[in-house]
Design a protein around this ligand. Structure first.
Ligand code: GRF
Length: 217
Protein backbone atom coordinates (compact mmCIF):
# COMPACT_ATOMS: atom_id res chain seq x y z
CA UNK A 1 0.00 0.00 0.00
CA UNK A 2 1.34 3.47 -0.90
CA UNK A 3 1.46 5.74 2.08
CA UNK A 4 0.29 9.35 1.88
CA UNK A 5 3.37 11.59 2.21
CA UNK A 6 2.85 14.28 4.84
CA UNK A 7 4.61 17.58 5.45
CA UNK A 8 4.23 18.91 8.98
CA UNK A 9 4.69 22.63 9.67
CA UNK A 10 5.49 23.66 13.24
CA UNK A 11 6.61 26.67 15.23
CA UNK A 12 7.10 25.30 18.73
CA UNK A 13 6.73 22.40 21.12
CA UNK A 14 5.53 19.92 18.51
CA UNK A 15 3.34 17.66 20.63
CA UNK A 16 0.87 17.27 17.75
CA UNK A 17 3.79 16.48 15.46
CA UNK A 18 4.71 13.80 18.00
CA UNK A 19 1.20 12.32 17.84
CA UNK A 20 1.59 12.05 14.06
CA UNK A 21 5.08 10.54 14.39
CA UNK A 22 3.70 7.97 16.84
CA UNK A 23 0.77 7.14 14.55
CA UNK A 24 3.09 6.75 11.55
CA UNK A 25 5.25 4.34 13.54
CA UNK A 26 2.41 1.85 13.29
CA UNK A 27 3.11 -0.01 10.07
CA UNK A 28 -0.61 -0.21 9.26
CA UNK A 29 -1.01 3.61 9.36
CA UNK A 30 -1.66 4.83 5.79
CA UNK A 31 0.54 7.94 5.90
CA UNK A 32 4.19 8.79 6.54
CA UNK A 33 5.95 12.03 7.38
CA UNK A 34 8.17 13.08 4.48
CA UNK A 35 9.42 16.30 6.05
CA UNK A 36 9.01 18.69 8.95
CA UNK A 37 9.44 22.45 8.56
CA UNK A 38 9.75 24.94 11.40
CA UNK A 39 9.66 28.68 10.84
CA UNK A 40 11.28 29.10 14.27
CA UNK A 41 14.94 28.12 14.73
CA UNK A 42 15.38 25.93 17.80
CA UNK A 43 11.72 24.91 18.05
CA UNK A 44 11.44 21.88 20.34
CA UNK A 45 9.52 20.00 17.67
CA UNK A 46 12.65 19.92 15.50
CA UNK A 47 14.26 17.57 18.03
CA UNK A 48 11.22 15.30 17.89
CA UNK A 49 11.62 15.07 14.10
CA UNK A 50 15.36 14.48 14.45
CA UNK A 51 14.82 11.74 17.04
CA UNK A 52 12.40 10.03 14.65
CA UNK A 53 14.86 10.27 11.75
CA UNK A 54 12.60 12.61 9.78
CA UNK A 55 14.19 15.37 7.67
CA UNK A 56 13.72 18.60 9.64
CA UNK A 57 14.13 22.01 8.03
CA UNK A 58 14.25 25.48 9.50
CA UNK A 59 12.88 28.14 7.19
CA UNK A 60 13.25 31.32 9.19
CA UNK A 61 10.85 34.02 8.01
CA UNK A 62 13.28 36.70 9.16
CA UNK A 63 15.77 35.65 6.50
CA UNK A 64 13.38 36.44 3.64
CA UNK A 65 12.52 39.86 2.28
CA UNK A 66 8.84 39.02 1.67
CA UNK A 67 6.17 36.50 2.60
CA UNK A 68 6.09 35.35 -1.02
CA UNK A 69 9.78 34.45 -0.87
CA UNK A 70 9.32 32.69 2.47
CA UNK A 71 6.38 30.67 1.15
CA UNK A 72 8.23 29.84 -2.06
CA UNK A 73 10.98 28.33 0.09
CA UNK A 74 8.42 26.33 2.10
CA UNK A 75 6.77 25.09 -1.09
CA UNK A 76 10.16 24.17 -2.51
CA UNK A 77 10.93 21.89 0.44
CA UNK A 78 7.42 20.38 0.47
CA UNK A 79 7.45 19.75 -3.27
CA UNK A 80 10.90 18.22 -3.35
CA UNK A 81 9.92 15.89 -0.50
CA UNK A 82 6.88 14.80 -2.54
CA UNK A 83 4.41 15.99 0.09
CA UNK A 84 0.73 15.46 -0.78
CA UNK A 85 -0.91 16.57 2.47
CA UNK A 86 0.35 19.45 4.60
CA UNK A 87 -0.48 19.38 8.32
CA UNK A 88 -0.21 22.62 10.28
CA UNK A 89 0.67 21.62 13.84
CA UNK A 90 1.07 24.72 15.96
CA UNK A 91 2.40 26.69 12.98
CA UNK A 92 2.02 30.29 14.10
CA UNK A 93 2.51 32.16 10.84
CA UNK A 94 -0.41 33.28 8.68
CA UNK A 95 -0.29 31.83 5.17
CA UNK A 96 -1.18 33.79 2.04
CA UNK A 97 -4.28 33.10 -0.05
CA UNK A 98 -1.95 31.88 -2.80
CA UNK A 99 -0.28 29.30 -0.57
CA UNK A 100 -3.64 28.09 0.74
CA UNK A 101 -5.36 27.85 -2.64
CA UNK A 102 -2.41 26.00 -4.19
CA UNK A 103 -3.07 23.21 -1.67
CA UNK A 104 -6.86 23.32 -1.68
CA UNK A 105 -8.16 20.37 0.38
CA UNK A 106 -4.56 19.19 0.81
CA UNK A 107 -3.78 21.48 3.76
CA UNK A 108 -5.20 20.85 7.24
CA UNK A 109 -4.93 22.50 10.64
CA UNK A 110 -5.67 21.64 14.24
CA UNK A 111 -7.24 24.26 16.48
CA UNK A 112 -7.92 23.94 20.23
CA UNK A 113 -11.62 24.85 20.21
CA UNK A 114 -14.88 23.61 18.81
CA UNK A 115 -14.81 25.72 15.65
CA UNK A 116 -16.43 27.93 14.49
CA UNK A 117 -16.43 29.09 18.13
CA UNK A 118 -13.27 30.64 19.59
CA UNK A 119 -11.13 31.20 16.53
CA UNK A 120 -7.77 32.86 17.08
CA UNK A 121 -5.41 33.00 20.03
CA UNK A 122 -5.83 32.65 23.83
CA UNK A 123 -8.66 30.21 23.27
CA UNK A 124 -8.80 28.58 26.71
CA UNK A 125 -8.87 31.90 28.58
CA UNK A 126 -11.77 33.06 26.41
CA UNK A 127 -13.61 29.74 26.77
CA UNK A 128 -13.47 30.01 30.58
CA UNK A 129 -14.48 33.68 30.52
CA UNK A 130 -17.45 32.85 28.33
CA UNK A 131 -18.64 30.18 30.78
CA UNK A 132 -19.33 27.57 28.12
CA UNK A 133 -19.73 24.04 29.48
CA UNK A 134 -17.91 22.22 26.69
CA UNK A 135 -14.82 22.95 24.69
CA UNK A 136 -12.69 20.76 22.49
CA UNK A 137 -10.60 20.71 19.37
CA UNK A 138 -11.08 20.64 15.61
CA UNK A 139 -9.17 19.37 12.59
CA UNK A 140 -10.25 21.23 9.46
CA UNK A 141 -9.21 21.97 5.91
CA UNK A 142 -7.55 25.35 5.67
CA UNK A 143 -9.14 28.25 3.83
CA UNK A 144 -7.91 31.80 3.34
CA UNK A 145 -9.56 33.12 6.53
CA UNK A 146 -7.83 32.08 9.75
CA UNK A 147 -9.33 29.05 11.53
CA UNK A 148 -12.01 28.64 8.87
CA UNK A 149 -12.64 25.72 6.58
CA UNK A 150 -14.54 22.45 6.32
CA UNK A 151 -14.47 20.50 9.58
CA UNK A 152 -13.09 16.95 9.43
CA UNK A 153 -13.04 15.73 13.06
CA UNK A 154 -13.88 17.28 16.42
CA UNK A 155 -13.52 16.08 20.01
CA UNK A 156 -15.48 17.65 22.86
CA UNK A 157 -14.34 17.89 26.48
CA UNK A 158 -16.24 19.14 29.52
CA UNK A 159 -15.14 22.42 31.06
CA UNK A 160 -14.91 21.95 34.83
CA UNK A 161 -15.84 24.66 37.33
CA UNK A 162 -12.33 24.49 38.79
CA UNK A 163 -10.55 24.74 35.42
CA UNK A 164 -7.97 27.38 34.68
CA UNK A 165 -6.63 27.86 31.16
CA UNK A 166 -3.76 25.44 31.79
CA UNK A 167 -5.89 22.55 33.09
CA UNK A 168 -8.37 23.02 30.26
CA UNK A 169 -5.57 23.24 27.68
CA UNK A 170 -4.12 19.95 28.95
CA UNK A 171 -7.49 18.19 28.68
CA UNK A 172 -8.04 19.52 25.17
CA UNK A 173 -4.47 18.71 24.09
CA UNK A 174 -4.90 15.05 25.02
CA UNK A 175 -7.81 14.93 22.56
CA UNK A 176 -5.86 16.83 19.90
CA UNK A 177 -3.36 14.00 20.00
CA UNK A 178 -6.16 11.53 19.23
CA UNK A 179 -8.03 13.42 16.51
CA UNK A 180 -5.11 14.66 14.38
CA UNK A 181 -3.93 11.13 13.52
CA UNK A 182 -7.57 10.09 13.03
CA UNK A 183 -8.20 12.90 10.53
CA UNK A 184 -5.00 12.07 8.64
CA UNK A 185 -5.96 8.41 8.53
CA UNK A 186 -9.43 9.15 7.15
CA UNK A 187 -7.97 11.38 4.44
CA UNK A 188 -5.25 8.87 3.57
CA UNK A 189 -7.85 6.12 3.29
CA UNK A 190 -9.77 8.24 0.76
CA UNK A 191 -12.82 8.47 3.01
CA UNK A 192 -13.04 12.27 3.17
CA UNK A 193 -14.89 14.34 0.55
CA UNK A 194 -15.65 18.06 0.60
CA UNK A 195 -19.03 18.88 -0.92
CA UNK A 196 -20.21 22.49 -0.86
CA UNK A 197 -17.66 23.22 1.84
CA UNK A 198 -18.98 20.47 4.11
CA UNK A 199 -16.99 17.30 4.79
CA UNK A 200 -18.59 13.91 4.20
CA UNK A 201 -16.83 10.87 5.65
CA UNK A 202 -17.66 7.39 4.55
CA UNK A 203 -17.76 4.33 6.78
CA UNK A 204 -17.94 6.12 10.14
CA UNK A 205 -20.67 6.40 12.74
CA UNK A 206 -21.32 9.19 15.23
CA UNK A 207 -21.50 8.54 18.98
CA UNK A 208 -24.92 7.91 20.52
CA UNK A 209 -24.43 9.82 23.72
CA UNK A 210 -25.74 13.21 24.67
CA UNK A 211 -23.51 14.94 27.20
CA UNK A 212 -24.88 17.30 29.83
CA UNK A 213 -22.63 19.49 31.96
CA UNK A 214 -23.03 19.97 34.90
CA UNK A 215 -24.52 16.76 36.26
CA UNK A 216 -26.91 17.46 39.15
CA UNK A 217 -26.94 14.99 42.08
C1 GRF B 1 -2.07 23.19 19.79
O1 GRF B 1 -2.92 23.49 20.86
C2 GRF B 1 -2.77 23.37 18.48
O2 GRF B 1 -4.14 23.09 18.54
C3 GRF B 1 -2.56 24.84 18.20
O3 GRF B 1 -1.26 25.11 18.65
C4 GRF B 1 -0.91 24.17 19.67
C5 GRF B 1 0.35 23.53 19.22
O4 GRF B 1 0.88 22.64 20.19
N1 GRF B 1 -2.78 25.14 16.81
P1 GRF B 1 2.06 21.66 19.79
O5 GRF B 1 3.19 22.51 19.25
O6 GRF B 1 1.55 20.71 18.76
O7 GRF B 1 2.43 20.97 21.08
Amino acid sequence: MDKLPLGVLISGRGSNLQSLIDACNDTSFPAEIACVISDVPGAAGLDRAGDAGIPANVIDHGEFSSRDDFEAAVNGVLDSAGVELVCLAGFMRLLSDGFVSRRHDRLINIHPSLLPAFKGLHVHERVIEAGVRFSGCTVHFVRAATDEGPIIVQAAVAVHAADDPDTLAARVLAEEHRIYPLAVRLIAEGRVKVLNEVVEISGCRSPDDTLINPQAD
